[in-house]
Structure formats: C-alpha cells, structure tokens
Design a protein around this ligand. Structure first.
Ligand code: ASP
Length: 336
C-alpha cells in the first residue's frame, strides 16, 4: 500500500494488511536476537478502527519504517474500551520487538479514567519515540442548526436532552475533548461511543449523530468537501490546511485546548538494541518527504528528531499523565 492513499481508501482496506515486503536477506538470527532484528514480521497494533486518524498515521509511517528496518510491518486494529484493550494486549506481549503499539494521548488519560486498567503505562512499556501531535476539530453533521461555535454551544445547552456527542470510547482523545467541551459549556450530553472515530465520522456524515471532536487527520477531507460543519480547532493557532476554521480561543472557549500526540511503544523488557533500531527507523520515516507532505495536507507535522526518541517520549508521557490526571480528577469522570 502506498503512503499516498487517502484515509477513505485506507478505510476500505481490511483491518489487517501487509505494509511492506522488503526481503530481509541478512541471515536472520535467533528469536529475540537484536543483531538479527527483524527476521520476522513486525505487528503494529492500532487501538482503534481502520480508517480512523490513529490508523492513518500508523499506515503513513509503517511503510518507510519497514524499509528502514529491512523488514515487514503488518498493521492490525485491536479495538475496544477507548484504546485500552490494545494497550493491555501489547503490555502482555512477548518483549521481542515484534509487537509494537501505536497509541496517542489516551495512554496518559487512561490511568485516571479506569480503576482497573490492567496495565501501567510507565512500567509495562518501553517508549520508542513520539510521532506527531495532531490538532482536533469540533465538527457537526452538515445540517446541524448552528452556524458558529458560539451558536453550537448555545444550541447544545438548550437541547442537552436530545443532542448526541460521538466519541471513540472512554480514554479516547475524542472522549477527552468532549469532556472538556461539556465542562467548559456547563452541560451534560448524551455520548455515543464507537470503536474509533473512523466509523463515528461516517455516522456524522450520514447524520446519525450530531457532533464530535476528532483529529484533523480524519476530518480534513470531510470538512473540505463540505460533508460536515467545522466550528473550531482545539489548538492555540489556526491550522494551515483549514485556514477558515477559528481556534477555540477565538471562538470563545479557551479552556478547550487539546493536541493529540502519538507515540510508539513496545512491551517493557524489549532489548534496548531493538528499541534503538525501531527509534532510528521512526526518525527515518518522519524525515521522509512523502510523510511530511501527507501529514501537512492533514493539518499536522512529524515531531522533531529529538522528540522521536525513547527518552523524550518517556518524559512527555510522565508529564502528560500528571497533567491530565488532574484535569480528569477535577472533572470527576471515571470509566469503571
Ligand atoms: N480519534 C480517535 C480518538 O478519539 C481514535 C481513532 O479512531 O483513531 O481517540
């Protein structure tokens, strides 16, 4: 599959697909032998549906990473519980570098949201590197009766009993953004959880749900095509690819600020040499012009080479767990 595929094309693909097939003729090595790594397929686990934003970013970098590693990468979608099912699966996987998790900000919000998470983000994984930080958009079905963000807020407050807010489950970025919106607006809405915002956006376009937050990596195409209404972006600055969409600060809700950072993880205990190889391949992929261009079209950019490292990723994860832990505790939200 080419990195120039659009998210909609990707959505049409099977949940499991072979990303690259550069034969490794390096003589392999024993299972778990870092010198021979990789000598079998590497599986990248995406914790949400195929065709959604996390899936899109994963598939963008999988092919150039596979090339850099001289191996094969298979992308697999393991859905459920706002990304925590996949994270738990990877936490328990063999620490040999052949199971890699792509996750986002949800890795830092889950500990505050779930009483029995079943894994510890800081203890059960080795961080590989940050990938990208993606703005979110607040979008609604195209016939939603609100012209501006302030109209949207007024309307949902007046119609709280009937307005539906889609998300990708408790722990998802869309859930967090919806939580911040409701808290800032002082309203409690009926939430409709999906296995990912790929299918949620499909339902938004179809008019089955009213509004939601989602990454620009998923919404840009539908906004540009006029299939959904965009009210605001959740970043301090406007997004270049969506120049007409105001920021939440411009739109009167500065409290609604969230950028969806993504990172790669392997199970704790993975040989450091393997983590170094994966991190090196990540840096190569993020410097690939096709990846840079594709991300720019979707409102984002790769992180710097310094941030695509295990150390920078770990420091960011620690800081984000503290930050979001406080926000979630103040909001009084729990999944179980
Ligand atoms: N954007 C989703 C979220 O709300 C996840 C996804 O489908 O990628 O976290």
């Amino acid at each position: 599959m080419s990195t120039s595929s659009t998210p909609r094309m990707i959505a049409a693909l099977a949940a499991v697909s072979l990303i690259a097939a550069c034969a490794n003729d390096g003589g392999g090595g024993e299972d778990g032998d870092a010198a021979g790594y990789p000598d079998q397929n590497i599986t990248f686990i995406v914790p949400f549906s195929a065709g959604g934003p996390t899936d899109t970013v994963t598939r963008m970098i999988a092919e150039p990473m596979a090339k850099a590693l001289g191996g094969k990468i298979v992308v697999q979608n393991v859905e459920g519980a706002g990304g925590t099912v996949a994270a738990g699966q990877v936490a328990r996987a063999k620490p040999d570098g052949y199971t890699v998790l792509m996750h986002h900000i949800g890795m830092s919000t889950a500990p505050a949201l779930y009483k029995d998470l079943g894994f510890k983000p800081l203890d059960d994984f080795a961080t590989v590197g940050l990938v990208t930080e993606v703005p979110m958009t607040v979008v609604a079905r195209k016939d939603f009766p609100a012209a501006t963000f302030s109209d949207l807020t007024t309307y949902v407050k007046a119609n709280a009993g009937k307005v539906t807010l889609a998300n990708a489950g408790i722990g998802a970025a869309s859930h967090l953004c919806g939580l911040l919106f409701q808290s800032a607006a002082g309203v409690k809405l009926q939430e409709v959880p999906y296995q990912g915002t790929g299918p949620a956006l499909t339902d938004l376009v179809g008019g089955q749900v009213d509004f939601m937050c989602d990454q620009t990596t998923n919404t840009t195409g539908q906004i540009s095509a006029g299939k959904v209404k965009a009210y605001a972006v959740t970043t301090p600055e406007r997004v270049k690819s969506l120049p007409d969409v105001p920021t939440t600060t411009e739109a009167g809700m500065p409290q609604l600020q969230v950028s969806v950072w993504h990172g790669l993880y392997v199970p704790a205990g993975t040989p450091p040499e393997v983590v170094t190889k994966l991190s090196g391949a990540l840096k190569t992929a993020l410097a690939d012009q096709a990846v840079v261009d594709q991300m720019a079209k979707l409102g984002t950019a790769p992180v710097t080479a310094a941030d695509a490292t295990p150390e920078a990723h770990k420091a960011h994860l620690e800081e984000q767990i503290t930050t979001w832990g406080k926000v979630i505790a103040d909001a009084g939200v729990k999944a179980s």
